[in-house]
Design a protein around this ligand. Structure first.
Ligand SMILES: NC(=O)c1ccc[n+]([C@@H]2O[C@H](COP(=O)([O-])OP(=O)(O)OC[C@H]3O[C@@H](n4cnc5c(N)ncnc54)[C@H](OP(=O)(O)O)[C@@H]3O)[C@@H](O)[C@H]2O)c1
Length: 283
């Protein structure tokens, strides 16, 4: 069984699962002899200052892309720019605010011109049983995860090159039931739906639209759920129990799949939803 780090046991709500293995890093190091696949391309990653977005922005950059990231927190944006290296810009903004998206794309156009790869990744996770879910939780989650993704893509359309690749970050819960996640799961089902319709609308421009659906991935998102550390631990144990591989995934494991969807290696793939979930959504 592929289980580089063994079953997940320790969880730090600020950083996600504590790193215990080097499998992902070794994998990246071994790639030195492979030709960069995004040389000369421009990639935009919303939520590129943390977790999956940051890992993907780094991977895009390693593959030769010029990268623009966005997020709301200036401190982590600045740190991400240093981590990612040259040919990267960071634009502070909220994806649920259309004026902020205009600001992002104005900066991208001025610095890099057109866009070849768009990873609509920014999102939040707030969990509560349906009976306790407030209007505020509902509105905030739909604002960021659904409205944010829709207008992130819509406002990019004039800048997208023909043949560009759009990847949306959904979740394994877009087609499963996970207690306490009714609102979050519905937002992820909505963006999976966007990919189907946008595929048909953008195919004439050769633009492919695909979805990546992670299972539980070790990122800071769990520390932002509003749950107590004990509740997060319980959630983590419950999630891992549902994963055949019996571990959390790493952000780099999502980045690899997003990279595949971003390049011509996936040239005959559009409209799909690829689960990267240790088998969670399959059994
Ligand atoms: N981790 C998992 O287990 C998992 C599983 C399935 C799907 N996902 C999805 O993966 C995506 C990334 O999550 P993650 O796990 O990497 O979590 P994360 O580390 O918390 O990252 C979330 C990112 O989204 C940004 N963001 C949140 N709200 C935003 C807003 N209104 N405007 C702009 N940026 C915003 C955050 O930036 P700021 O901090 O600057 O706001 C941050 O960069 C999300 O869509 C999430 O739903 C995660």
């Amino acid at each position: 069984m592929i289980e580089p780090d063994g079953p997940a046991r320790t969880f730090d709500s600020r950083v996600g699962l504590k790193a215990r293995g080097t499998w992902g890093i070794k994998f990246l190091e071994k790639r030195g002899d492979i030709m960069a696949r995004l040389t000369g391309k421009v990639a935009v990653v919303t939520g590129g200052n943390s977790g999956i977005g940051l890992a993907t922005a780094r991977r895009f950059r390693e593959e030769g892309a010029k990268v623009a990231i966005s997020g709301r927190d200036q401190k982590t944006l600045d740190e991400a720019v240093k981590t990612i290296g040259g040919d990267v810009i960071a634009v502070k903004g909220d994806v649920s605010k259309l004026a902020d998206l205009d600001k992002l794309y104005k900066a991208v156009a001025e610095k890099f011109g057109k866009i070849d790869v768009l990873f609509a990744n920014a999102g939040i996770a707030k969990f509560a049983p349906a009976a306790d879910s407030t209007e505020a939780l509902f509105d905030e989650t739909f604002d960021v995860n659904v409205k944010g993704v829709f207008f992130t893509i819509q406002k990019a359309l004039p800048l997208l090159n023909d043949g560009a690749s759009v990847i949306i970050n959904s979740s394994v819960v877009n087609e499963t039931g996970f207690a306490g996640a009714s609102v979050y799961s519905a937002t992820k089902a909505a963006v999976r739906s966007f990919a189907r319709t946008l595929t048909t609308e953008l195919i004439d421009r050769g633009i492919r639209v695909n979805v990546v659906s992670p299972g539980p991935i070790s990122t800071p998102i769990f520390g932002r759920t509003g749950l107590s550390p004990e509740a997060i631990d319980e959630f983590a144990r419950g999630a891992v129990a549902k994963v055949p591989m019996k571990r959390f995934g790493k952000p780099e494991e999502i980045a690899s799949t997003v990279l595949f969807l971003a390049t011509p290696e996936s040239s005959y793939i559009t409209g799909v939803d690829i689960n990267v979930d240790g088998g969670m959504g399959q059994v």
